[in-house]
Design a protein around this ligand. Structure first.
Ligand SMILES: *[C@@H]1O[C@H](CO)[C@@H](O)[C@H](O)[C@H]1NC(C)=O
Ligand SMILES: *[C@@H]1O[C@H](CO)[C@@H](O)[C@H](O)[C@H]1NC(C)=O
Ligand SMILES: *[C@@H]1O[C@H](CO)[C@@H](O)[C@H](O)[C@H]1NC(C)=O
Ligand SMILES: *[C@@H]1O[C@H](CO)[C@@H](O)[C@H](O)[C@H]1NC(C)=O
Ligand SMILES: *[C@@H]1O[C@H](CO)[C@@H](O)[C@H](O)[C@H]1NC(C)=O
Ligand SMILES: *[C@@H]1O[C@H](CO)[C@@H](O)[C@H](O)[C@H]1NC(C)=O
Ligand SMILES: *[C@@H]1O[C@H](CO)[C@@H](O)[C@H](O)[C@H]1NC(C)=O
Length: 488
């Protein structure tokens, strides 16, 4: 049973590798994860963690003076005239094991008046530096030559101070001197390390200790962001260490619930003309994705057919071109370049770049990869749903926003809407088109304790495809106001 499970995973991995050779798609780890959860067929139960009332102090090491050492003079290939304060380096989260997490921090102009925002990518096991910072919302994009950078005028650092974290250890430049740590990765360990990271980082950058703090992320970070937030709120009540001023979270195309996620994905396939009526009907008649039910062989058969019927497209943005030699050109920031992942891989492996970022100071085995497959396969705990955690956050008083790029086929808008329906909250501001730059940027609904916003024409990695709309959305989120309904 277990062997069969791993074989399935392996053959899927090869399939994905193949797609990658042809199309340069990002590692489809989330797709693999769904199939893994699917083939387990059995519920692991809900993720409601018991509230711990006892506080065990978190390791904090001396951070005095480390901040200046982390300052980046300039990134190699950075365009002239860009005036930005950037920092990067390591924060030790476990001195005994020798475990340290790598971060990249971009300060906004007038930084003291702007909030602090942590950005997390998903995977599990993918880098927030490679994806979030370099391909999505960071101040720079890597050009097609793989060694120069362009300025991203829609960077989220225009309106906030943004912290990118590579986590857990084993991802990107983050590492552990105790390699057995890599086998222990799971949601829980990750949230704990991340919390320890934050506390130590705030000691290194003490001017941010009481600043308004937000956590944002996409994809499988639909698990981490709520889990880390829950941990922060729990610890805030009982800690005698730093109280983190958490104000809100935003999660995009977020994997938060298996049942509605899978159902919504296949419904999206059909409504977007990716699969036939026959397959769709087969799924509707034979599949029940409830955690109380095992998935039948007939259902499994139709799901496999559906996955194959879609063909070789970039499922994270169904209308995007694939990466091919003819797409080899440097495009404006507002035009998605499907090969950007390759440029980033080249850039972050240049020794001079690593040196400028204070990365890889202990000679960790390379190359730098945007996702770590071994971490993915070793992932320990992954509850089928985090909806109970989200419900807890909704009543805690922090703002909870869920957004969705509407051309993503992996965690599509349909999945997210089904998930929200299961939260059983009520509508306060009915569905409306929101505008930016004189066009519909997407649609929004205000719920009791929750906001839902779509970004029109964006795939899974929202700021990569629609940078202007993404920045407009993000600014609304920080302001705590639904995006503008004003057409002008
Ligand atoms: C890991 O080991 C290297 C080499 O001994 C050492 O320089 C480094 O500080 C260690 N990392 C941590 C986080 O302790
Ligand atoms: C920074 O603050 C100064 C003074 O308050 C203001 O004139 C300037 O426009 C601000 N710049 C930005 C980028 O917000
Ligand atoms: C947490 O862990 C995930 C797992 O890798 C990681 O992607 C994310 O950047 C981390 N940050 C927090 C604070 O959850
Ligand atoms: C915080 O509480 C822990 C456990 O109760 C204790 O060991 C520690 O000394 C306390 N720290 C401070 C700064 O009071
Ligand atoms: C799926 O199975 C569950 C548990 O057996 C059941 O309660 C539910 O009604 C079923 N859903 C559908 C759509 O048949
Ligand atoms: C991409 O463009 C660069 C610069 O124009 C060129 O040197 C390189 O050979 C091209 N690569 C491919 C695969 O066409
Ligand atoms: C770290 O540096 C060494 C030596 O330059 C290199 O071989 C290795 O690939 C680098 N590791 C990563 C993760 O980039």
């Amino acid at each position: 049973m277990k062997a069969a499970f791993f074989l399935t995973l392996l053959s899927l991995a090869c399939l994905v590798a193949l797609v990658q050779c042809h199309g340069g798609s990002r590692y489809d780890l989330l797709g693999k994860l769904m199939r893994a959860q699917r083939s387990k067929r059995q519920s692991e139960g809900h993720s409601t963690e018991s509230m711990s009332t006892e506080y065990s102090p978190v390791y904090t090491g001396p951070q005095d003076g480390l901040k200046e050492g982390d300052r980046i003079q300039a990134l190699p290939g950075q365009p002239n005239g860009v005036n930005l304060d950037q920092y990067s380096g390591y924060v030790t989260v476990d001195p005994k094991a020798g475990r340290a997490l790598f971060y990249y921090f971009v300060e906004s102009q007038n930084s003291s008046s702007k909030p602090l925002v942590l950005w997390l990518n998903g995977g599990p096991g993918c880098s927030s530096l490679g994806a979030g910072a370099m391909a999505e919302l960071g101040p720079f994009r890597v050009n097609s030559d793989g060694n120069t950078l362009s300025y991203n005028e829609y960077a989220w650092s225009n309106v906030a101070n943004i912290l990118f974290l590579e986590s857990p250890a084993g991802v990107g430049f983050s590492y552990s001197n105790t390699t057995s740590d890599y086998d222990k990765s799971g949601d829980k360990q990750t949230a704990e390390d991340n919390y320890t990271f934050l506390l130590n980082w705030l000691e290194r950058f003490p001017e941010y200790k009481t600043r308004d703090f937000f956590i944002t992320g996409e994809s499988y970070a639909g698990h981490y962001v709520p889990q880390l937030s829950q941990k922060i709120l729990q610890n805030n009540k009982i800690t005698n260490q730093t109280v983190i001023n958490l104000k809100g979270i935003a999660i995009g195309n977020a994997w938060i619930d298996f049942e509605t996620g899978v159902k919504g994905m296949y419904d999206f396939f059909w409504t977007h003309s990716l699969i036939s009526d026959e397959i769709n009907e087969g799924i509707n008649l034979n599949c029940n994705f409830s955690s109380e039910t095992t998935i039948s062989d007939v259902c499994e058969h139709y799901l496999d057919n559906a996955d194959a019927a879609v063909g070789n497209i970039f499922i994270y943005d169904i209308y995007a071109p694939l990466c091919s030699p003819s797409s080899n050109s440097t495009r404006p920031i507002s035009v998605f370049d499907p090969c950007s992942e390759d440029y980033i891989h080249t850039y972050l492996n240049i020794p001079e770049v690593q040196k400028s970022m204070h990365a890889n100071v202990t000679n960790i085995p390379g190359p730098w990869e945007s996702c770590n497959d071994a971490i993915f396969y070793g992932w320990k705990d992954q509850p089928l749903t985090v909806l109970p955690v989200i419900e807890e956050l909704m009543v805690s008083g922090i703002s909870v926003w869920i957004y969705s790029g509407d051309t993503d086929g992996r965690v599509p808008t349909t999945s997210t809407r089904y998930s929200i329906n299961n939260l059983g909250t009520s509508v306060k501001t009915p569905w409306y088109p929101w505008y930016t730059q004189g066009e519909v940027g997407g649609y929004a609904v205000g719920y009791q304790n929750l906001a839902f916003v779509t970004i029109r024409g964006a795939g899974h990695f929202v700021p990569s495809y629609q940078p202007a709309r993404a920045l407009a959305f993000f600014s609304s989120f920080l302001a705590g106001e639904l995006p503008s309904a004003d057409e002008t």
